[in-house]
Structure formats: C-alpha cells, structure tokens
Design a protein around this ligand. Structure first.
Ligand code: ZN
Length: 353
C-alpha cells in the first residue's frame, strides 16, 4: 500500500479488505503464481462519482486461439506457462479516492449509512478489473467522433514525437466482445475483434508518421474510419453488447441515457439493471449506497464465490484463468503483504467504480 502518514488508520482497514478480496479471488481461481497488487490511497477529486480506479499492467501477447497479438494483464500471463520474467512490478495498481473517505464503510463499522459504500465490495470490484475486465477501446487524443483500441498498445505516447504505427491493440477482454445486431438473436453476433482487425489495415505496420495527429488524420482519410465510428455508435446508442462466453452471452453495460461514451465505464461492466439483483451483482458500473457486500450476497441467494458470481467466473475462465467451479469459502492460499516505497504518479483516467 501507498498511504499518506496521516491516513494510517484507514489504510490499515483498506489493506485488510484488499487482503480479504485476494482471498476471495484465490478461492475462485486456481492461481499458481502470486499476483502483486499495489493500492494507492490518494485524492481523486470530490465529485462523488469516483470511488477508485484500476490500471492493470498490460503486456503484448499472441492469443492462442487466433494468433492475434493483444494486450494481456500480467496477472493472467503469470498463470500461463510463458517463460516471461515479470520482475517485481505490481500487476494491478488500484487508486482509492481519499477525497470521499466519509463515504467509506468497512465491515465491523456498525450499521452502514444510506450514503456509504462498502469498501469490501469496492476492493473486490477493482481487483476484478485488474484481473482483466478491462477494454482499451477509447477516444484517441483530440478526437470525439470515433473510438479505437490503444494505439501501439502504449498508454504513454508523446503525441508530438515521430511515431511508427505498430497497430491498434485490443485487450484479451475485447477479443471476446460481440455486438448483437438483433438483441434477441444470438446468431446475429458480430465479433468486435473483426472490427479491430479492419482498423489495423489502414496502413502497413511499420509506417512512420511525424506525430500522432498526422497518423490519426491519415486514418480518418482511409477506408477504415467508418468502422471506428460504427463502434462509437454501437457504444452509445444501443445495448446490444455482450461478452461472449462460448455459448453464454453476458449483457454488458452502456449508459444510453446521455449517449456519452465514457472510457472505462462503457464496455467494462455488466449491465446494472440486468445484474444488480443477481449473483453477478459485482461488476455493475455503480456501487449501490447503503448496501453491503454481505447484504448483496444474502438478497441474491447466498451463492458460493464470496461475491464472484457464476457468470463472472465464466468470464474469467474465458479470459484464460483456470477457475474453481465450486469455490469453497475461505482460502488456503498464502498472501504476502508488502509496503511499497515508490509511488507511481502516472495515473490514468479513472472509472467510476
Ligand atoms: Zn468498475
């Protein structure tokens, strides 16, 4: 944990909840390598919408199914036999918003207030984003008419520097997204990765550009931007998005009320209304105030998994994790705590939850 000295008490409570979330995850997944999580308690603004934000460490890796190079969370790659040396860096970096400290409720605090959120639910939700529930489809710099997967797979590009096009990189999560032309007909599913493939054909890999703006101008002049605009339309005007789990389709969330694409809120969550009252309540975009994780579990039938529902478990399996089909409650895994001394200040844009 990275924690300012004056917040030691609350950080100790936070750490306890994250350790517990780690135990829940370790009981749902079969993990053979430790996942390193860095939690940073820091101010993220007081607009009340941001409880926290998660940045999974991503690495390029060729998907075994179709031989397409995508961005994989190192938390997942560590579980596969890749031979990659991951070093000591954190696999998952999670910021928790210290500006909304009064809204946080911890198990053992007494009754939760109607305006408070349960940190045990928040921490488990953010950890799942870190495991790979994360898309890279977003607006490129200074453009608002189309969305693309991450340019060159690099989240730290200097836009003014010369750039060599290496591709638009989806995540392994994106590889499993489909769009249903007809919401009632699973056979109308179109794979989002096919759109990504089309976008990548706008110029050969290795093409040099003087800067990012010129690259994007050239892209907009090509035959591919219609697909990128179509993606934005898909993402803002209908709810026909699903995460494809072989035969199971998970209805994903899109906020169509304001028809606004919000990076890391759109696409990355289960649909709020469809799932909030089911065993898969965890990955909806907005945490319900005044409702604890335990209350969610009780009102949805006390399913095993400690908050990781059956569809979410299937989703993690689809990403490539080995899942425990019958998760026991309580884990025998050994968790190691360590204090981080280094702070990473390159925080990315944040999700609401
Ligand atoms: Zn979220």
């Amino acid at each position: 944990m990275s924690c300012p000295p004056e917040s030691t008490d609350i950080c100790n409570k936070l750490e306890r909840e994250f350790v517990h979330s780690g135990e829940v995850i370790a009981s749902n997944l079969v993990l053979n390598t430790n996942i390193v999580v860095e939690v940073i308690y820091e101010p993220l603004g007081e607009d009340g919408e941001k409880l926290g934000g998660t940045t999974p460490t991503l690495m390029k890796f060729v998907s075994p199914q179709d031989q397409v190079k995508r961005l994989y969370p190192t938390a997942l790659l560590k579980q596969l036999n890749t031979g990659i040396d991951f070093g000591e860096d954190a696999d998952i970096k999670i910021s928790i918003n210290s500006d909304v400290e009064d809204d946080f409720w911890f198990p053992g605090d007494g009754d939760i207030e109607p305006t408070q959120v349960d940190v045990s639910l928040l921490s488990l939700h953010e950890m799942v984003h870190g495991l790979g529930f994360s898309s890279t489809w977003e607006f490129p710099p200074d453009r608002e008419t189309f969305i693309i997967p991450r340019l060159n797979g690099d989240d730290d590009i200097d836009e003014d520097d010369p750039i060599t096009f290496d591709g638009f990189y989806e995540t392994v999560f994106d590889a499993n997204l489909v769009h249903l032309e007809d919401p009632n007909n699973p056979n109308s599913a179109k794979r989002i990765t096919d759109i990504a493939k089309s976008l990548n054909g706008f110029t050969p890999k290795g093409t040099n550009f003087p800067n990012v703006a010129t690259l994007l101008d050239r892209f907009e002049e090509s035959n591919q931007p219609n697909d990128a605009k179509l993606m934005l339309t898909h993402a803002t005007t209908n709810q026909h998005w699903h995460l494809c789990l072989l035969v199971l389709l998970i209805h994903l969330y899109f906020d169509t009320s304001d028809q606004e694409f919000i990076f890391r809120t759109s696409i990355n969550h289960f649909d709020q209304d469809t799932f909030i009252n089911t065993a898969d309540f965890l990955m909806v975009p907005t945490e319900e105030e005044g409702v604890t994780l335990q209350a969610h579990l009780q009102r949805t039938g006390n399913n095993p998994g400690g908050g990781i529902g059956p569809k979410l478990r299937s989703g993690l399996k689809t990403l490539g994790y080995t899942v425990n089909a019958n998760p026991p409650m309580g884990s025998t895994s050994t968790l190691q705590k360590r204090r981080f001394t280094r702070r990473n200040n390159q925080r990315k844009s944040l999700i609401r939850f």
